[in-house]
Design a protein around this ligand. Structure first.
Ligand code: CTP
Length: 405
C-alpha cells in the first residue's frame, strides 16, 4: 500500500482523545502519521498514546525549545516537518487554533508549522455549540475556507459540556476517509468555489400540501461530491432530498424556488463556477393560505404564478463566472438545450432525456449531451451519475480554458 505522510495536529479540546482513534484510522488506510500536540492538547491526552499508536516521535512544545520529556526529537523543526508531509490534518481544531490560523499568529509549534506548510489542510473543528456559532469563530472559518482549506464541519449531538448541538468531532473513520480522498484524488479544483443547486423545490399550496417534481437530487449531489473530491470548496443549495450530503460540502437547505433563488444570490459572489442541477418548480402559489384548504363538493382550481428563473437571473448577473445549466427534456434534447443556453446566458448546458429508461430522474445512471456555445455537442454515454459528474467538470474546465486561455 502506498504510504501517505500526514501531520496530525491535535488541539486542546475534549475531543483530543478521538484524535488517537483518528491516528489509528489513518494508519489503517496507509498513512504514516506525524503527531503534533499543542500544550493544551497535552492536558487532555498523553503524547505517549500517539507515540505508541503511530511509532513516531510526537512533537510538542514551542519550536523545539521547550521539549516534551517523553518523546521530542531535538532536531525537529517546523520547516522540515512541513516539507516532508503531504497533508496537514488538525483534529480537534479548537476555536483558539482556528483564530491563530486565520490571523497568522505563530506562537507555538502547530501554528508555526501551519504557516510553513504549503500542501492541503484539513481542519476538523470541535467545540461547544455557542463557541462554534460565535461570529468570531464563524468569521475565522470563512477566512480559512476562502484560503482553500478543507473544513469538515462538526456533527450535532450531545456534547461533553452537557448541551446538545453542533460541535462534535466527526467520527474518526469518516475524517480518515476524507483525508485519503484528498491525498489520492486529482486537485485541479483546489482554487474553485463551486455553487451547486440540487434536488426539487417544493411549492406550498397551503400549510400541509405542496407541489413538487420527481428530482431525487442524485445528479446534483454527485456533482458536489466530485467537485469536493477534486479540491473545490462546494456550496450545495439543496431542495428536500433523501440523500446524505457528501463530506466536506457546505449545505444550504431550502424548500421553495424563492428560497433557492435567495440562497443562490447570497453565495453568488463567492462562486467561481455555478452549476444549476436543481429541478426548480416552474410555478408556485404566490399567496399561500395560512390555514389548510377544506374539501368541498365544488371543483377547485389553483392560480399559479411563474417562479423566478434562477438560472436566467444568474446569467444576467454573472461576471466572469462559469455558468452551467441543466436541461431536462423529453424531446428535441439538443435543440432545447441550445435554446436554454442562449436564453439564460450559460456557458454550458447539460441536457438529459428524462423519458429514457434507466437514466434521468431517481436513477443512479444518466446519459447526457453537453451543449456549449462554440463546440459541437458532446454526448456522454450512459454511466453512473458520479462518473458523469467528473466528465462534466472536465468539460467545464475546457470551456473555461477556451473563454480565458
Ligand atoms: N431553472 C432555474 N429556475 C427555474 C427553472 C429552471 O434556475 N425557475 C434552471 C434549472 O436548474 C436548470 C435549467 O434552468 O438548470 C433548465 O431547467 P428546465 O426545467 O429544463 O427548463 P425550464 O427553463 O424550466 O424550461 P421548461 O420547463 O420549459 O423546459
Amino acid at each position: 500500500m502506498a504510504s501517505h505522510p500526514v501531520i496530525l495536529g491535535v488541539g486542546g479540546g475534549i475531543a483530543a482523545y478521538k484524535a488517537a482513534e483518528l491516528a489509528r484510522a489513518l494508519m489503517e488506510r496507509g498513512c504514516t502519521v506525524q503527531p503534533v500536540m499543542t500544550d493544551a492538547a497535552r492536558e487532555f491526552i498523553q503524547p505517549l498514546t500517539f507515540a505508541a499508536l503511530t511509532g513516531q516521535k510526537v512533537i510538542t512544545g514551542l519550536f523545539g525549545v521547550r521539549t516534551s520529556d517523553e518523546v521530542l526529537a531535538s532536531s525537529i523543526d517546523h520547516i522540515r516537518v512541513a516539507q516532508e508531509n503531504a497533508l496537514l490534518i488538525v483534529a480537534p481544531a479548537t476555536a483558539d487554533l482556528l483564530a491563530k490560523f486565520a490571523s497568522g499568529l505563530a506562537g507555538d509549534f502547530l501554528s508555526t508549522l501551519y504557516l510553513a506548510f504549503e500542501g492541503p489542510v484539513l481542519l476538523c473543528p470541535a467545540m461547544n455549540t455557542a463557541m462554534w456559532n460565535h461570529p468570531a469563530t464563524q468569521a475565522n472559518v470563512e477566512i480559512l475556507r476562502k484560503r482553500g482549506h478543507h473544513i469538515l464541519p462538526p456533527d450535532s449531538g450531545p456534547l461533553a459540556c452537557g448541551t446538545v448541538g453542533a460541535g462534535r468531532l466527526p467520527d474518526p473513520p469518516r475524517i480518515a476517509d476524507f483525508a485519503i480522498r484528498l491525498l489520492t484524488q486529482k486537485h485541479d479544483l483546489d482554487c474553485e468555489t463551486i455553487l451547486i443547486t440540487a434536488g426539487p423545490t417544493r411549492e406550498l399550496l397551503d400549510p400541509v400540501r405542496f407541489i413538487s417534481n420527481r428530482s431525487s437530487g442524485k445528479m446534483g449531489y454527485a456533482m458536489a461530491e466530485a467537485a469536493a473530491t477534486r479540491g473545490a470548496r462546494v456550496i450545495l443549495v439543496s431542495g428536500p432530498v433523501q440523500l446524505t450530503p457528501p463530506e466536506g460540502v457546505e449545505v444550504v437547505p431550502v424548500q421553495t424556488a424563492v428560497e433557492m433563488r435567495d440562497a443562490v444570490l447570497a453565495h453568488l459572489d463567492a462562486a467561481t463556477v455555478i452549476i444549476k442541477t436543481a429541478a426548480v418548480a416552474d410555478y408556485y402559489v404566490a399567496a399561500v393560505p395560512t390555514h389548510k384548504v377544506k374539501k368541498t363538493a365544488m371543483r377547485f382550481s389553483l392560480e399559479l404564478e411563474p417562479t423566478p428563473d434562477i438560472l436566467a437571473e444568474v446569467g444576467r448577473r454573472k461576471k466572469d463566472q462559469l455558468l452551467i445549466g441543466f436541461a431536462a427534456e423529453t424531446e428535441n434534447v439538443v435543440a432545447e438545450a441550445r435554446r436554454k443556453l442562449l436564453a439564460k446566458n450559460c456557458d454550458m448546458v447539460v441536457a438529459n432525456n428524462v423519458s429514457a429508461d434507466g437514466t434521468g430522474f431517481e436513477s443512479d445512471d444518466n446519459e447526457v449531451v453537453l451543449v456549449t456555445r462554440d463546440a459541437s455537442p458532446i454526448a456522454l454515454p450512459r454511466a453512473s451519475k458520479r462518473a458523469l459528474a467528473d466528465q462534466i467538470l472536465d468539460q467545464a474546465l475546457q470551456v473555461r480554458l477556451s473563454l480565458h486561455p
